[in-house]
Design a protein around this ligand. Structure first.
Ligand code: ACO
Length: 323
């Protein structure tokens, strides 16, 4: 059977680092509160000229270099983002042009913080369906541009950045020992809209709007939803938590990650944490964390890697892949 195998990974961050202490001058908060409640110590914030498309392009170029490929080798670009440069055209098409690609096709996917997990799942289906041989999957966000910088309950939590992964069609034997994407489980439930949303949009207010979140309500649902979808992945693949080499969760809050890992019996040393460095970068968080753990030598070829995300919608999902 055809498997979608990882060929390369890359990341890009804005130039400017904003430490928790830097936020103390903007809203009434403290480094101590932010670290204790979230685990976040700093985040990167896009400056003038840095946008979702420019960060996505930089991450894409890094992934192409890592894979030893050029844009000519790519058939499809899927960009997971909720903060596109424009309402349309899709920022994926902008990135396609920036890479000098006039062949193939590109589109955006919008599943907020679960966007990258949705995009990897979609790329896998295009590859296994035979419509694409190599897919560039990007998660890129500039959430700083939709934050209400007067609202301390949200503005301290998010950051900007991008990560990119290249998946390529490869022959597998249909076993969990195969390299590539092994299982994918996606879920959504739109009845939770008011707990996490942006209060504007082209068809409702003709504005971009700002992020609104009932943090405690999101927290209450997060662990249950995450563990449910991961348990579905385990039973589908016929594995247990012990078989996982690396757990790479969405980086929203260290307390949510720790509670999920504990409930699933995933050992602490197998959990990749970057929320302290990046904050919550929404659809960019999983590929940024993956790129970090590959660059520092933790994730190696053949490792069993579990990706997970939960976010606005609510949307949530998990992808199990062998690196
Ligand atoms: N600095 C200082 N104090 C603050 C801040 C701040 N930045 N923000 C809130 N507080 C105060 C509150 O006003 C409240 O004060 P009060 O007790 O006097 O009313 C107190 O701190 C506690 O507030 P809570 O909201 O109860 O704090 P909690 O422990 O729940 O932490 C947090 C808040 C970090 C937002 C947490 O609920 C959380 O992480 N939720 C989940 C977020 C998440 O996972 N999102 C994922 C998806 S994101 C996406 O899809 C885009």
């Amino acid at each position: 059977m055809i498997r979608s195998v990882v060929k390369g990974i890359g990341a890009a961050k804005p130039a400017r680092v904003v430490k928790n202490a830097d936020l103390e001058g903007i809203v009434e908060t403290s480094d101590e509160w932010i670290v204790q409640r979230t685990g976040i110590r700093q985040r990167y914030i896009a400056g003038e000229g840095e946008t979702t498309a420019s960060l996505g392009e930089a991450a894409a170029r890094a992934a192409l270099d890592n894979a030893g490929l050029t844009p000519d080798d790519i058939d499809l670009i899927i960009l997971a983002t909720s903060t596109p440069d424009n309402t349309f055209p899709a920022s994926a098409v902008d990135i396609q042009a920036r890479l000098g690609m006039t062949h193939g096709f590109a589109f955006d996917m919008q599943a907020v913080c679960s966007g990258f997990v949705y995009a990897v799942t979609t790329a896998d289906l295009y590859i296994r369906g035979g419509m694409a041989k190599r897919v560039l999957v990007i998660g890129a966000e500039t959430f700083s541009r939709i934050l209400d910088w007067n609202d301390r309950t949200t503005c301290v939590l998010f950051g900007d950045g991008a990560g990119a992964l290249i998946l390529e069609a490869s022959e597998g034997r249909g076993l969990t020992s195969d390299r590539g994407v092994l299982t994918a489980n996606l879920r959504s439930d739109g009845s939770h809209k008011e707990k996490l949303y942006v209060d504007g949009g082209p068809s409702s207010t003709q504005t971009v709007g700002h992020l609104r979140m009932e943090g405690r309500e999101v927290f209450k649902h997060a662990v249950g939803m995450i563990t449910d979808v991961i348990e579905a992945s385990f039973s589908e693949a016929g594995i247990t938590a012990e078989d996982i080499d690396w757990f790479v969760p969405h980086q929203a809050n260290k307390r949510i990650i720790d509670a999920s890992a504990k409930k699933l019996h995933l050992a602490e040393e197998k959990v990749v944490i970057t929320v302290d460095q990046h904050g919550n970068t929404s659809a960019a968080s999983v590929p940024l964390a993956l790129a970090t753990a590959v660059a520092d030598g933790r994730i190696k070829q053949g490792d069993l890697v579990l990706l997970e995300a939960m976010g606005g919608g609510f949307t949530w999902g998990a992808v199990l892949l062998r690196w």
